[in-house]
Design a protein around this ligand. Structure first.
Ligand code: FAD
Ligand code: DHB
Length: 395
């Protein structure tokens, strides 16, 4: 088998890359380790930046998102028992849309199937070869049979535990990382959201986040120990803790309902540089992880492949690899700004086990500043709705 671009991974990065290439006539095949049902059912991020929303609309994928997505003009930051609104629309002219990552994934898979293009699900033993030559190869097994796919480029969109990044020879890549001494326990609850906007709460018992997925489903997160066992968290214990942390002086609280799904995610910041080696181009979580507090993971994955698609299209239309050669450099400039924001939001809102009384007071002062200074609030808002890729970088 042969294709122009072999894409490893059918997450938001791989699927969106395939879609953008297909719209401009470049052929690709997606190879995914999991089943379609698994990929479509994986509940993760939920906040789409304006740029992600625009891209979905511009490429014909926005119909269901416009119908079912929830447009939010602001968010609330809570601390010391009170919630404070950041009006993103007024501060930046932009907004965010709450629409689950797995809904975006479903829409992308549907578009791929309608286009008659291939996704190979449940591929086993995926491996990549010949990255420093002109015809790299992907090998995989499906149903016990071995297959080989030749291509011009391999897009490594296989997430943080994939095979692409570890296939680069030792010494080529550098990873910059930071672990956090906590994780998030996330739940999906069969309960109508008790208010229209997200609440990020700094509480002395730990961070809590109130979010939603639809007019009848609430999404909530609790800061927990990174090694926490989900089996220690009964539904009653989860609700007790959520109510303790989220209930403010005005007695507002989330509506309680049946817990439909629960899970724990560790928190990490990491960036791999460069994001390319020979004919392999890394995108999304395969190259970087952000802690989820800024809601940036999926948006960053989409931003990467937007640049990658442009670079690949330039190569296929003019034969020039100039933009492809600069792919990593262009992405990294944006990624580091988003890393900074995600680290800053995480640091401002969580309880750190080693925080001194000084650190705690400084943290509250930071929240006080950001919720009272229009200049500080605008800085938060412009990062939250999404920084643009520097347009000069794409020339
Ligand atoms: P992924 O979505 O990870 O997609 C990679 C794909 O590659 C997967 O489908 C995987 O099955 C496939 N794959 C892996 N290995 C192989 C292989 N060897 N061969 C073939 N295919 C392979 N972000 C937020 O902003 N907010 C959140 O609340 C949030 N929650 C999260 C919860 C969890 C548990 C995780 C893991 C991430 C969360 N994120 C969150 C981050 C966000 O979901 C990711 O940034 C986003 O999924 C990145 O998209 P991606 O396409 O790069 O990678
Ligand atoms: C959601 C996740 C986030 O990481 C975040 O910052 C806001 C909302 C969510 O899943 O709804």
């Amino acid at each position: 088998m042969r294709t122009q671009v072999a894409i490893i991974g059918a997450g938001p990065a791989g699927l969106m890359l395939a879609h953008l290439l297909h719209l401009r006539g470049v052929e690709s095949i997606i190879i995914e380790a999991r089943s379609r049902e698994y990929v479509e059912g994986r509940v993760r991020a939920g906040v789409l930046e304006q740029g992600t929303v625009d891209l979905l609309n511009e490429t014909g994928l926005g119909e269901r998102m416009r119908r079912e997505g929830l447009l939010h003009h602001g968010i609330e930051l809570g601390f010391s028992g009170k919630r404070h609104r950041i009006d993103m629309k007024e501060l930046t002219g932009n907004a965010i849309t709450v629409y689950g990552q797995h809904e975006v994934v479903k829409d992308l898979i549907q578009a791929r199937i309608v286009a008659g293009r291939e996704i190979i699900f449940e591929a086993e033993d995926v491996s990549i070869h010949g990255l420093d030559g002109s015809t790299p190869i992907v090998r995989y097994k499906k149903g016990g049979d071995a297959h080989e796919l030749q291509c011009d480029y391999i897009a490594g969109c296989d997430g943080s535990h994939g095979v692409c990044r570890p296939s680069v020879p030792a010494g080529v890549l550098t990873t910059y990382e930071r672990d956090y001494p906590f994780g998030w326990l996330g739940v999906l609850a069969d309960a109508a959201p008790s208010q229209g906007e997200l609440v990020y709460m700094n509480h002395e018992r730990g961070f809590a986040l109130f979010s939603m997925r639809s007019p009848s489903v609430t999404r909530l997160y609790l800061q927990c120990s990174p090694a926490e066992d989900i089996n220690n968290w009964s539904d009653d214990r989860i609700w007790d803790e959520l109510l303790l942390r989220l209930r403010g002086d005005d007695r507002w609280q989330p509506n309680v309902g049946r817990i439909l799904q629960k899970g724990i995610t560790a928190m990490r910041s990491c960036v791999t540089e460069p994001m390319q080696f020979g004919r392999l181009l890394l995108a999304g979580d395969a190259a970087h992880i952000v802690p989820p507090t800024g809601a940036k993971g999926m948006n960053l994955a989409i931003a990467d492949v937007r640049i990658l698609a442009k670079a690949l299209l330039e190569y296929y239309t003019s034969g020039s690899a100039v933009l492809l050669d600069r792919y990593s450099q262009i992405c990294l400039r944006h990624i580091w700004k988003v890393q900074r924001f995600s680290w800053w939001m995480t640091s401002m809102l969580h309880q750190f086990p080693d925080a001194s009384p000084f650190d705690k007071r400084r943290q509250i002062a930071e929240l006080d500043y950001v919720t009272t200074s229009l200049t500080a609030a605008r800085s938060l808002a412009e990062n939250y709705v999404g920084l643009p890729i520097e347009s000069n970088d794409l020339l």
